[in-house]
Design a protein around this ligand. Structure first.
Ligand SMILES: *Cc1c(COP(=O)(O)O)cnc(C)c1O
Ligand code: SF4
Length: 342
């Protein structure tokens, strides 16, 4: 389960000297009533949201909330973060661990399913609680907390010389403070056979200030090739502040990719997906994956049938250059890569 502040707790900074991004995390909205008031939504929406939140509470950073259209209960950004009473309906075929990640016998924080790339699950914390999250039931409490506890995972990386790319994942790896990330990346950079560092994160979108000078310093100091996969689902997420944070990343040589999840009522029209791709290209970000929703309990109301997804991709191909059409994929347990659907 994701606990939003855990990654920050070891920070020595006091609250009045916190970096701007950490203040944004501390000041994120956790109360559905406050969110409804701020967005001029009927107060009657708050109580069902509170009831539906369960053990995965509302968590919404203000820079992202600022991009939600006030007074619109169907806003595609709002739907990603507001707990919905449909989460509590019985969901046959949906489970806590549809990807069978918890059955893999690997060191804490280390997850390798595919050849030549391995994933470090760095933290359970995130800058937003996405209602469709595929790891909302992941046992994050077993993760390493100190650099010392990371050693078994780092040893696995050191021992397997076939691994070329290390992927920082979570939760959201950029919820860790820069000191910790700098130390971790220094150790990774010292592993000779690693060539690339990939970071999967929603933070440059949720809290653009996260792309701060301290972060750019440890990124630029690594010898590893840098790749970042941001997770935008809708063009309206990508305002001018996000554009500026992505430009800072491009400036240090970061290759920028995007992955989305196909979500009912959020981005399940060709117009919405095309607008997202166009905006991404405008910001120097290549659309990489469009994921079929993983069947995690509580997410069934976001389901879009695969046939509909294929149809949408067909429409995108007619209107966009090939490089702007994301690969429509599904993750199936036991497969050696994501499975293409279109
Ligand atoms: C998705 C995933 C990757 C990355 O796959 P790519 O196709 O290279 O983007 C790596 N490891 C795990 C465990 C994953 O789930
Ligand atoms: S940022 Fe990713 S890991 Fe975190 S809640 Fe959203 S989908 Fe889940």
């Amino acid at each position: 389960m994701l606990i939003a502040d855990t990654a920050l707790q070891n920070s020595p900074a006091t609250s009045n000297s916190l970096p701007a991004w950490q203040l944004q995390i501390k000041q994120a909205i956790r109360d559905p009533a406050e969110l409804c008031q701020l967005l001029q939504l009927p107060a009657s929406m708050a109580e069902p949201a509170q009831a539906a939140a369960g053990s995965f509470p509302l968590f919404a950073p203000r820079p992202f909330v600022d991009r939600i259209r006030p007074g619109d209960p169907h806003d595609p950004l709002l739907l990603q973060l507001l707990p919905d009473s449909q989460e509590q309906l019985p969901q046959p075929g949906y489970s806590a661990d549809p990807l069978a990640e918890q059955q893999l016998d690997q060191p804490p924080g280390f997850l390798q399913k595919y050849n030549r790339r391995a994933l470090l699950v760095t933290t359970g914390a995130c800058a937003i609680h996405c209602r469709y999250c595929f790891r909302r039931e992941f046992p994050y409490q077993q993760l390493p907390h100190s650099l010392q506890q990371w050693q078994p995972a780092l040893d696995s990386l050191r021992l397997d010389q076939s691994i070329e790319e290390v992927i920082l994942s979570g939760g959201d790896p950029l919820m860790l403070v820069d000191d910790k990330l700098a130390q971790l990346v220094e150790q990774l950079s010292a592993i000779p056979h690693l060539q690339r560092l990939r970071i999967h994160t929603r933070l440059p979108i949720m809290v653009p200030e996260r792309v701060c000078a301290a972060m750019l310093r440890w990124l630029a100091s690594s010898r590893l090739q840098l790749i970042m996969v941001i997770h935008a689902n809708h063009a309206a997420e990508l305002d001018h502040n996000v554009a500026a944070s992505l430009a800072r990343l491009s400036h240090v040589g970061m290759m920028l990719l995007n992955q989305s999840v196909l979500l009912k009522n959020v981005n399940d029209t060709a117009d919405q997906l095309a607008a997202l791709s166009r905006r991404l290209i405008e910001l120097n970000v290549l659309p990489y994956y469009l994921h079929q929703l993983d069947p995690v309990i509580g997410t069934a109301h976001f389901h879009v049938p695969i046939e509909r997804g294929r149809q949408l991709i067909g429409e995108l191909r007619q209107h966009l250059p090939g490089y702007a059409v994301p690969r429509y994929v599904q993750e199936l347990p036991g497969e050696p890569s994501k499975t293409p659907l279109a």
